[in-house]
Write a protein that binds this ligand. Structure first.
Ligand code: CTP
Length: 402
């Protein structure tokens, strides 16, 4: 599960910081990509050189180097968006308090405040500090923010006292995150085919018939499916969007025929297929070998129908396979979408109505209506394509998977 995962490890100023060298090593060995951000105090306990060598990435602790006047700085937002998950270990009492209050006086806290990914925190402190009502309240508050608390262990503490407050061992931290991620991976073990983007149908070597699809919706679906644990195969037409997740297997195609061939081949072993591509319905009957020259007269191009990829998959889908189509309608939307759902033997259809403000081709947001075989509709209001993708996948997990 760690292969290709981007882990940002936040280390704060506790003696337990020395254990992060082992934690970093274990994460790297498991296949994760690791970037370490230190709080300024953490540098008193562990050297950036050690962690940089182990993580194979520069270790950061400040927004900019005051000695360097080149204007370069460490962008906390970019770091936060890079991460698939953040582990703050050890998390001192001071850092817990700042996370709760939104105090943002160092790079690590800036990263934390900008993060959208799951956050795990493993406290380390002396037993009375750990027991203190303020600490208990801070831990509860952070859990109420949706963050994941990795409890401290019992044992001899750096102060010489015995009790609770030792940071969980690196192996325990890894096991905790794995278990938690598995719970939140409802698509673990599932294989998903997603197609996305437009297709381009060649007229001659330099011209084509296409459409305005960017592929953003399909790419968002692929990324979210991967985040939920699925093995994702993305058949991608020539739009502008590409997934950032390197674990997604991308098959680049240009024409509807190429997309059809790739989808037909991959579909055989799939549990789920989601066909979000804006496939061109027609292609020129013949592609001219050379660039077509102006003749001073009208030009007629004979178009012939492309294969209907979704319909083809619907005809051969087996009982265990879930097939999801999209429908783009500008009039009589719901009845037309229902007709498509049955005609193409889908289990679910996602209806796009591009006339709605902020939805459809090219936008980062979308508003869709989900329609099942029972013809019940479920509207997903306007939100980011990533959020829409997550809700479509949640719907599939909750209603269509056995
Ligand atoms: N689709 C497909 N192959 C095609 C055309 C469409 O696989 N040649 C798929 C789309 O990816 C989508 C669904 O069929 O999942 C519906 O696409 P849409 O463009 O809304 O409908 P069409 O079937 O093309 O019908 P029409 O354009 O006449 O509305």
């Amino acid at each position: 599960m760690w292969r290709g995962k981007k882990v940002l490890l936040g280390v704060t100023g506790s003696i337990a910081a020395y254990k992060t060298t082992f934690l970093t090593r274990l994460l790297i060995k498991a296949g994760a990509e690791v970037k370490v951000v230190l709080s300024p105090a953490a540098r008193d306990f562990v050297t950036p050189l050690t962690l940089a060598t182990l993580s194979k990435n520069p270790v950061l602790w400040e927004y900019f180097d005051s000695e360097d006047d080149s204007g370069t700085w460490n962008n906390h937002v970019e770091l936060a968006l890079w991460a698939d998950l953040i582990i703050i270990a050890p998390a001192t009492s001071n850092t817990l308090g700042k996370m709760v209050s939104g105090t943002c006086d160092n790079l690590l806290l800036g990263v934390y405040m900008s993060a959208k990914c799951p956050i795990y925190f493993a406290p380390a402190m002396d037993l009375d500090m750990y027991r203190h009502p303020a600490t208990r309240e801070n831990i509860q508050k952070l859990q109420s923010f949706g963050h994941h608390f990795i409890p401290a262990g019992k044992g001899e503490l750096a102060s010489g006292l015995e009790g609770e407050g030792r940071m969980a061992e690196p192996e325990e931290i890894i096991a905790f995150v794995e278990e938690d991620m598995n719970i939140r991976s409802p698509l673990k073990g599932k294989k998903i085919l997603i197609n996305a983007g437009p297709t381009h149908e060649a007229i001659d070597p330099v011209r084509f018939i296409g459409n305005h699809s960017s592929g953003k919706m399909g790419v968002a679906l692929a990324e979210q499916a991967s985040a939920l644990g699925a093995q994702v195969f993305l058949v991608l037409g020539p739009g502008s969007a590409r997934p950032g997740d390197s674990t997604i297997e991308v098959h680049d195609v240009v024409s509807a025929d190429e997309m059809n061939e790739a989808c037909q081949e991959i579909f055989t072993n799939m549990d789920i297929a989601i066909l979000s591509a804006a496939v061109a319905d027609y292609k020129p009957a013949k592609k001219a070998d050379q660039k077509i020259k102006k003749s001073g007269d009208n030009l007629e191009i004979l178009l012939v129908e492309n294969p209907d990829i979704l319909r083809g998959l619907g005809e051969r889908k087996s009982d265990g396979q879930v097939l999801v189509g999209f429908a783009l309608e500008t009039q009589n939307a719901v009845p037309n979408a229902i007709q498509k759902l049955h005609k193409k033997n889908c289990d679910l259809i996602v209806l796009n109505t591009p006339s709605e403000k902020g939805s459809g081709f090219g936008y980062d947001t979308n508003e869709v209506i989900l329609i099942g075989r029972d013809e019940k509709t479920h509207t997903l209001e306007l939100k980011s394509k990533s959020e829409i993708a997550k809700e479509i996948l949640d719907h599939i997990c909750n209603h269509l998977l056995a």
